[in-house]
Design a protein around this ligand. Structure first.
Ligand SMILES: [Zn+2]
Length: 354
């Protein structure tokens, strides 16, 4: 079968190859891949920045955002049937089966020895067929088939929002205004979730006011800010919740100025580690004097995917085809290389397997 593989830490090793079709073991299903979404993590893995093949394998099959059909059921799988449309979650419990992994929160794993499809020690789904444990599959209603490839990134945004609200139970909190920094797929999906919750949402990015990203923000009732015209540092308004989805240190630090009293800020990027921050004392004092709080969020679990399914239907009902607009590039498998070239106006690139 055909598969998109990489050989980290080799740079630009991404290629389309023939590999053996996998067999579902006990408790697993064989998936027939329909579509794969490509994100920044896939590009960083293809650049050799991270990514780890399974033990004993020279290569790693890429792909952690997918929608697939169940082709075959392994032994002891009861809750699924052949032909079911599904999206698998990405992370699997650690070897030690720590407390959080044991109760279905492998996204909060304590040991760091977890596995991740297409990223860390487990093959991904960018192959004609793939296997997954049945316990980590989300059933997809057929009317969401075209959008389900967005469910994994949506689950990341769901976790960020859910955790923010959960953390803020530290007091009485009635958030009115949120600020999302960055209008990539994650930023836009977070914006939609926050709009469903009735918040006034501002989104800042570097694209022009007439760009597709800006239009999507306005389409869901948000306010778009072009930071080239209006830098974040010049904004005087304060917000109850700030979501940082650019991964850029200088932008993230500037966004601290947006935090109102009792607010919370969620970081979703991977930041350059050695960037000096001369104003760290100011940052800490700002946190203290306004009871502000910062936290990071990575990966997601089944509960976030399930919430994502509900919100996907609701976004479709309220804002019609806005989610389809996030898919800016559709490629056939033979053109997969185009998915790894940077494109300024890209939001989400999807590779079709059939
Ligand atoms: Zn664990």
């Amino acid at each position: 079968m055909k598969a998109i593989t990489v050989e980290p830490p080799k740079r630009n090793s991404v290629k389309l190859v023939e590999i053996p079709k996998p067999l579902p073991a006990k408790g697993q299903v064989l998936l027939k891949t329909l579509r794969i979404g490509i994100d920044g993590t896939d590009r960083e893995i293809s650049e050799g920045i991270y990514g780890t093949p399974p033990n004993g394998s020279r290569y790693l099959v890429l792909g952690h955002e997918t929608v697939a059909k169940i082709e075959e059921i392994g032994d002891q799988v009861e809750s699924f049937s052949e032909g079911d449309l599904v999206v698998p979650t990405v992370r699997r419990p650690c070897k030690e089966n720590c407390l959080n992994c044991r109760i279905g929160e492998s996204d909060m794993c304590l040991t760091g020895n977890y596995f991740e499809h297409g990223i860390y020690k487990l093959h991904g789904f960018a192959s004609e067929y793939a296997v997954s444990d049945a316990n980590f599959l989300i059933k997809i209603p057929t009317e969401l088939e075209n959008l389900a490839v967005l469910l994994e990134p949506l689950s990341i945004a769901e976790k960020a929002v859910t955790q923010s609200f959960k953390i803020q139970e530290r007091m009485v909190w009635e958030p009115k205004k949120a600020f999302v920094v960055g209008a990539g797929s994650l930023g836009l999906l977070a914006t939609m979730i926050l709009r469903l919750k009735g918040l006034k949402v501002y989104v800042a990015a570097t694209r022009e006011k007439e760009s597709l990203k800006a239009k999507i923000v306005r389409r869901v009732g948000g306010t778009y800010i072009n930071v080239r015209e209006t830098p974040i540092g010049t904004l005087e308004e304060k917000f109850d919740l700030v979501i940082e989805a650019t991964g850029r240190v200088e932008v993230a630090l500037e966004a601290l100025n947006l935090l109102g009293p009792n607010s919370v800020m969620c970081f979703l990027g991977i930041y350059r580690e050695k960037k000096a921050c001369e104003e760290f004392g100011k940052v800490l004092t700002t946190m203290v004097l306004g009871n502000r709080l910062m936290f990071g969020s990575v990966s997601s679990n089944k509960s976030h995917f399930e919430r994502g399914i509900k919100d996907m239907s609701e976004i479709k009902r309220r804002y019609k085809d806005v989610l389809n607009k996030l898919i800016t590039k559709k490629l056939y498998l033979t053109d997969f290389e185009q998915a790894f070239k940077s494109d300024r106006e890209e939001i989400k690139t999807v590779i079709y397997f059939k």
